[in-house]
Design a protein around this ligand. Sequence first.
Ligand SMILES: Nc1nc2c(ncn2[C@@H]2O[C@H](COP(=O)(O)OP(=O)(O)OP(=O)(O)O)[C@@H](O)[C@H]2O)c(=O)[nH]1
Ligand SMILES: [Mg+2]
Length: 343
Amino acid sequence: MSAVETIQRPSIAALVEGVLNGHRLHLARAISRVENQENDAGELLAALYPHCGRAHIIGVTGAPGTGKSTLVTALAQSYRNAGLTVGIVAIDPTSPFTGGALLGDRVRMRSLAGDAGVFVRSMATRGSLGGLSKTTGDVVTVLDAAGFERILVETVGVGQAEVEIASTAHTTLVVEAPGLGDEVQAIKAGILEIADILVVNKADRPGADRTIRALEMMLEIEGDGARYVRHHGQLLRVESPLEGDEEARWKVIVMKTVATEGSGVEALRQRIDAHRRWLLESGEMALREQLRIAHTLENILRAELNRRIASRIRPGNLEELVERIRRREIDPYSAAADLLAHL
Ligand SMILES: Nc1nc2c(ncn2[C@@H]2O[C@H](COP(=O)(O)OP(=O)(O)OP(=O)(O)O)[C@@H](O)[C@H]2O)c(=O)[nH]1
Ligand SMILES: [Mg+2]
């Protein structure tokens, strides 16, 4: 490798050292390598992983246009004022054909530009079908290793993948806004149950109080104890130590914000911090960590299996197999078993 190539493409060791020492260029490159799923991304992540586990990860999800990016920016500023460093990962749902929202997010987040205590990364969802959850988790791993104390992950709560990402955070905010129709979007999308904190943003808009009342009513109907429903991954089932303990459980409440003006944001940050303290004191943090780890492991296994299966199927072979199944010469179950047997 020539000297120029070495500069353009630092070794894993150099990248790891750069990330751990907070060099932004190395951090950006490490994230790119992870995001593009380059061959040595696994090696890079393995080297960074032992330095992880210090960040508090906050998922922010909700219907399109509820003000998530604005709120994330305002929360980041609030954390900066409190002396904490912040990493931001925004999953950009922009269709591959337009590419517009990325710029919008960047413009809004410009107020944080030039601050060494903040790192913002927008991720395109295109090309990562099925792997979005893994890639996001990997980018969070890099930011965690780099020492960011709070990591905010913005996803649009529309699909299973986005909901999954949000629900693997330590604290999950579900953002709602008035004026998006009569229905409460979070209820419609079925994402209410992943919320640790419900936020009604755009509280300056007409109908805000009605939205708040609707959510509070939902919380009452949903009743107590429902907070534990999500505590099972596919590989792991965990039981909350607080199951059935009314007094000790976390109370989901509805909070009001006007993200554009920053009002209510300070109180929201304090509520997030209260949730973090509750997680630590109640023993729930260990539980969420178990789930996060199980989730990570599942994602890695799935990605690796996919890679191996793809490498077993030579171009043209799949078509041939499909054709044989179509002619009823073989069934898809036996065909899959055959392919897997060769792994
Ligand atoms: N009136 C009012 N407008 C707001 C508030 N928060 C955000 N907005 C505006 O709402 C629009 C959407 O805000 P974003 O922060 O991009 O919303 P988002 O949820 O991130 O949008 P997507 O990522 O596209 O789903 C922007 O024009 C914001 O300026 C608020 O509290 N009040
Ligand atoms: Mg956004």
